[in-house]
Design a protein around this ligand. Structure first.
Ligand code: URA
Length: 230
C-alpha cells in the first residue's frame, strides 16, 4: 500500500500532515528517509515518525445498523439506550456515529472508528446525498417540490439548504434527498412549508443503501465496495 493511504487508514493522519512530515524528513520506512507519499509500505514495514515507532490504531471498522425508533444516536447516555450499546462490541474505542438521527427516526445508521471517512460522509461541503422516506401530517402541497429545489432558508444559521429532490409516493409520503445533514434538517424543511414530519426513515447515504434484510436493531459490517464508495 502507499504510505499516505496507510497512514490515513491505520493512524488517521491527515494528508496535509503527512506531506508536512515528509517535507521535514521526519518519516522513515525500514530505516530509509521517505521522500514521497507514494512510498510503498506493508503491514510489516518498520515506520518511524519523529524518531518514534508508529503505533497503529485499531483496524478501521465500519457498520450499518437499522436504527429502531427510541434509540439514541450516541455512544453513551445515562437515560436512553444508545446505538453503540446495540452494537455489542467488546472494544468500542473510537467508534462513533457518522450522521446522527433523531431518537424517533429509524433506518440507516453508520458507525465507524474511521474519523476521516466519517467526515467525508457527513461534511455538508462534500454534498453526499442522503435519502429519507418521510411521512407528513398533511397532504403535500404541489409547491413543496419547487420550494425544496430552490432551497429552504434555515433561520438561526442563515443558511439556505442545497437543492433537494422529492419523489412523491402518496399525498402524505415522499422520498426526500438532501445533500447536507444539518440539525433536524428534514423536519425543519417540512415545517418551513407549513407541514409536519410524522415518520422519518433514512434509506441511503451516498451509494450505501440500508440492507432491508436487517431487522430493526440489527447491523452488519459494511463491505469493501460500500467503504470505498465514500
Ligand atoms: N433530519 C431530521 O430532521 N431528523 C433526522 O433524524 C434526520 C434528518
Amino acid at each position: 500500500m502507499r504510505l499516505d493511504r496507510f497512514l490515513t487508514k491505520q493512524a488517521q493522519f491527515s494528508r496535509q500532515r503527512i506531506l508536512q512530515l515528509i517535507a521535514q524528513r521526519q518519516i522513515t520506512v525500514d530505516q530509509t528517509v521517505v521522500s514521497s507519499r507514494l512510498h510503498p509500505v506493508t503491514a510489516f514495514s518498520h515506520i518511524y515518525i519523529n524518531g518514534q515507532p508508529l503505533k497503529a490504531n485499531a483496524p478501521a471498522r465500519y457498520f450499518m445498523m437499522n436504527k429502531p425508533a427510541g434509540i439514541l444516536s450516541a455512544t453513551v447516555d445515562s437515560q436512553h439506550t444508545t446505538a453503540l450499546e446495540l452494537l455489542h462490541q467488546t472494544d468500542t474505542t473510537g467508534l462513533h456515529i457518522a450522521g446522527r438521527l433523531d431518537r424517533a427516526t429509524t433506518g440507516l445508521l453508520i458507525i465507524t472508528n474511521d474519523g476521516q471517512w466519517s467526515r467525508r460522509l457527513t461534511e455538508p461541503r462534500q454534498k453526499i446525498p442522503k435519502t429519507y422516506h418521510v411521512h407528513t401530517a398533511y397532504a403535500l402541497s404541489p409547491t413543496t417540490q419547487d420550494a425544496f429545489a430552490r432551497g429552504i432558508l434555515l433561520k438561526p444559521e442563515h443558511i439556505t439548504t442545497q437543492p433537494a429532490q422529492l419523489t412523491w409516493l402518496t399525498p402524505q409520503s415522499v422520498y426526500l434527498t438532501i445533500y447536507e445533514g444539518r440539525y433536524h434538517q428534514v423536519k425543519r424543511m417540512f415545517a418551513a412549508v407549513g407541514n409536519r414530519v410524522t415518520q422519518l426513515h433514512r434509506v441511503s447515504m451516498g451509494t450505501i443503501v440500508l440492507d432491508e434484510t436487517l431487522k430493526a436493531g440489527d447491523y452488519r459490517p459494511l463491505n469493501t465496495a460500500e467503504i470505498d464508495s465514500i
